[in-house]
Design a protein around this ligand. Sequence first.
Ligand code: FE
Length: 356
Amino acid sequence: MPKPQFLTKTRRRWIGVGLMAALIAPTLLLSPLPSAHAKDLELNLYSARHYSSDQELYDAFTKQTGIKINQIQAGDEALLERIKSEGKASPADVILLADAARLWKAQHEGLFQPVQSAILRNSVPAAFQSETLWFGFTTRARIIVFDKSKISPEQIRLYDDLANPALKGKVCTRSGTHPYMLSLLASIIAHQGEQKAEAWARGVVANLARTPRGGDTDQIKGVISGECAVALTNSYYLVRLLKSPKAEEREAAAKLGVIWPNQGSTGTHINVSGGGVARYAPNPDSAKKFLEFLASPAAQAQFANANNEWPVVAKVAINNPELHGLGTFKAEKLSVAAIGQHQPTAARIIDRSGWK
Ligand code: FE
């Protein structure tokens, strides 16, 4: 290999021309094929949501940005497992999950990459984002429904009341190991400490009307059927029943008593659904644009309405008479980060208290 000082000016010029040609030629040859830039005009969305109105929203995003959305739909847990097993080869760009417990889990397992976005940072309230890794887009409340013929509302003003021995054999919940229960328990740990939270969990287990089975809708239906007198549920499951195409479900749901727990103290437990950019996203720019789109006012209203939730962005109005019909309430002021932080302790308490 000749040293540079032996090269004549002419030879250097020819080497320069050769290098230029080498750089330009592949670009010319590849130009009819998708370039790295064109690849950014699609987005692989891993989502547990399956609402028909979401498709309209995704179409609006494609129209606005030219970015095509490929949806991979599965349950939250299945999505997380899939992304983990795909590893660095995962085509996932955006991961959407329900509940801070799952978002925290995905964060903890390193499935997200940071997003620097002034739009997201400023439009999503600080309590509903993990700074850069994920952002909440809708909120839901964990409420209590009860049979008015068996329980008076004064008996269940607080989550704590569900552990009162007066409710022995009357309480229904889904499994304590489910993210919705873990997050509620994490919030109780944050407000009252581990010891009181464990006493509460043991108290609720002692009051259960039956071994936990099914989802929140099954607990509401347990109250309707008379198997339970009181049940815990996320707010949107009740609203879904209030809007059921089956008249008997609508009528039965309308007869239930509804409690916004902890109005005189910490406020009703609030959780989020949200998402972030996948760690190995092949299209990170598209992913960021999509998250910013979800934080826009029009998308916020539609995204929240699809699952009878509330938008996270302040002043975005929703048109949902059944949800409005449940009234207003004082919401818990706890950051989703705190809910995440207490997940391991919550899981240990659930285990120790035998909340199957
Ligand atoms: Fe749910």
